[in-house]
Design a protein around this ligand. Structure first.
Ligand code: SF4
Length: 639
């Protein structure tokens, strides 16, 4: 699809060439490395606290420090913070984070190296109002924004202060929503309006972001932005981030799915990983994501494959149903036990299958895997009723019990297939010759396990999917990846990137992760985490919690942990936990329930976008949230 171009190549890694923007003494975009950044969580009026936290961030490797400036006072205090940092010998540039207050932005533009504005709430309205705009009123409103935004552009130009135009999915203006809805296109148009004003004033020290807490929306919005920039001859550097990603494993996987997917295609000049953790904890995660691409250029060439996949919209590849795989089934998870010396009933505990000896019964969790790959191991116990077993062919042939046991063979064995209801066939892109694809098409009991050992493995597997699609082959495909020599964090981030980038485009009917050095429980939860983050299989509660900043009104980490402890069994329910009422309700976008700080010790609870309980005392707020979930019928007792 020619007009759907959004990166230099879908197959051969190459960074999208952006113009260089200097922020203080640090270059962004162009030939500069991917820069790492984070945001303080202290009160901006607490000068010493903010300086101390900024230093911790800088020492962790943060190259750009963002500080919130909600009003004129905080904007003015940035001068003291900056002076304190420079006095102590830290030269990292500072960004003022602005929402709603042009005055604060104009002050900050004279102090710090960069200001961040959100087109959704800078001089535009965000009152969740549904207003019908005629062409005339829409144009009049745009003219008003131009008038209000121009002074900041001119100030930045005069002071050589850079600007981030940072659009957020959850805080699009009522005007944009009225015309484009809550869509990636609305996000892009919102930024393009501001970009055009900057361009008219010949101001180009701009970085752009398109954040969302939904990784799918986020990826589509960045791709669409680059596509539009290419059409208008622009190439501003990209700041990547998934907003309100949450904490721990979920936060890391969601960030990797969003940020990693774009990095794989060469998009992104700076990264902020938003975790509900200390800001300095975000930097190593951002670094791990970025450093994978330092040597990616120049890999073995992958031949380009034409495609009709629309990168701006989610459509799942058509596949046939084999067993419970492919078709309309949720993607399946295969766990690799082939490297184990033996497999016992107790081994399955780590993959969500718990055997109770007194009850003589299997109890499956929401993240119980669907198949296990046994390799040449034997299984001599009764397996859970929903589990399938995959064996290497010789072991399968010896196995007496064949019920729910399937062989896996190489694609060259297609001409002498074992007599089984279902056969798993492993192959890589190189194996997908015309002849092999024709063989695959002939049988309706095959499941393809797509392997790769290419350095740019995601792209090679993408090429394999496109090859199958172009040949009209609907054999269901399990995406297999193997990871060795990685620690747990790297394993989570890299597998989420490699598989997330495919699932986000509807490519894949299952995940098969092989990582013998990583605890089995982690491998299993990562596989389900990737499917959750790509929204292809929901198996747990989703938390959309903000990373906190100087506006935060309660301890986000502690509160998130408290809410998680009570609600983590509510599969599919999305709970927003936001530090302030100014941005929180907008940022939590598609949450089912919201827990938002409204004042010191006061929480407001939301059902979707509507306030339902105002100013609840913080000590009762979690209980009130639970009551609210019960009232709306989303509560189930813990099993
Ligand atoms: S929602 Fe959270 S991160 Fe965003 S401005 Fe409010 S407190 Fe800060």
């Amino acid at each position: 699809m020619e007009n759907s171009r959004y990166c230099p190549s879908l197959f051969n890694y190459q960074r999208f060439r952006t113009r260089e923007v200097m922020i203080g003494n640090v270059g962004f975009g162009g030939d500069n490395p991917i820069r790492l950044q984070s945001m303080t969580t202290t009160d901006t009026m607490d000068t010493e606290g903010t300086i101390a936290q900024s230093i911790r961030m800088i020492e962790a490797g943060c190259e750009l420090v963002r500080i919130t400036a909600p009003s004129k006072n905080e904007a003015e205090n940035l001068a003291n913070i900056k002076a304190g940092l420079r006095e102590k010998g830290y030269s990292a540039p500072i960004v003022a984070d602005i929402h709603f207050t042009p005055n604060a932005a104009e002050i900050a533009a004279g102090i710090v190296e960069k200001v961040r504005v959100n087109p959704g709430n800078y001089a535009d309205k965000k009152k969740f109002e549904e207003i019908e705009y005629t062409d005339e009123t829409y144009i009049a409103e745009l003219a008003r924004i131009r008038e209000r935004f121009t002074p900041l552009v001119l100030l930045c130009k005069q002071n050589k202060t850079a600007m981030r135009i940072g659009t957020n999915h959850g805080s699009l203006s009522d005007r944009i929503l009225s015309r484009y809805g809550d869509t990636p296109l609305g996000m892009v148009e919102s930024a393009m309006e501001f970009l055009r004003i900057c361009r008219d004033h010949d101001f180009h020290d701009i970085v752009i972001s398109m954040k969302a807490s939904n990784a799918q929306v986020m990826v589509q919005a960045y791709r669409l932005l680059v596509n539009h920039m290419m059409q208008e001859g622009m190439n501003y550097p990209l700041h990547l981030g998934v907003t309100e990603a949450g904490d721990g494993e979920d936060g890391r996987i969601k960030s990797a799915v969003g940020i990693g997917t774009l990095l794989e295609d060469g998009l992104g000049d700076t990264i902020r990983v938003s975790l509900t953790e200390a800001p300095e904890a975000e930097i190593p995660v951002a670094r791990m994501l970025a450093e994978r691409y330092e040597k990616r250029t120049g890999h073995a060439v992958i031949a380009e494959v034409p495609t009709s996949v629309n990168p701006f919209e989610y459509t799942r590849r058509n596949s046939a149903t084999v067993l419970n795989i492919g078709g309309k089934n949720v993607p399946r998870v295969i766990m690799d036990f082939s490297h184990r010396e033996e497999i016992t009933a107790a081994s399955l505990f780590a993959v969500g299958c718990n055997y109770s000896v007194p009850l003589d019964k299997w109890n499956l969790t929401d993240i119980a895997c669907d198949f296990i790959y046994c390799g040449s191991n034997k299984i001599d116990f009764e397996i859970p009723g929903t589990l399938g077993l995959i064996f290497d062919r010789p072991q399968w042939e010896q196995h007496v019990q064949k019920d729910r046991c399937y062989p896996i063979v190489g694609i060259h064995e297609l001409t002498s297939l074992p007599q089984s209801d279902v056969v798993f066939v492993h192959a890589s892109l190189q194996d997908l010759t015309e002849q092999h694809i024709e063989e695959l098409k002939k049988y309706n009991h095959l499941v393809l396990v797509l392997t790769t050992s290419h350095e740019h493995g995601m792209a090679e597997q993408r090429a394999a999917f496109f090859t199958l699609m172009n040949a009209g082959c609907e054999t269901p495909v399990i995406v297999w990846r193997s990871y060795n020599g990685l620690n747990e964090d790297r394993f989570m981030l890299y597998s989420a990137t490699d598989l997330g980038a495919l699932f986000i485009d509807g490519l894949g009917d299952g995940i098969f992760l092989s990582a013998p050095e990583i605890p089995m429980q982690r491998v299993n939860s990562t596989a389900f985490g990737i499917l959750q983050a790509t929204r292809t299989r929901i198996s747990k509660t989703e938390y959309i919690s903000c990373p906190s900043c100087g506006r935060t009104l309660f301890d986000l980490q502690e509160t998130t942990a408290k809410i998680r402890a009570r609600t983590s069994h509510l599969k599919g329910v999305k709970i927003g936990i936001m530090g302030c009422i100014v941005n929180g309700p907008g940022e939590m976008a598609d949450a089912d329930y919201g827990y938002v700080g409204t004042g010191p010790g006061k929480i407001t609870l939301y059902k979707e976008k509507n306030v339902v309980k105002k100013n609840v005392a913080e000590e009762h707020a979690v209980e009130e949230l639970i009551s609210l979930i019960k009232e709306h019928g989303d509560w189930v007792e813990m099993g």
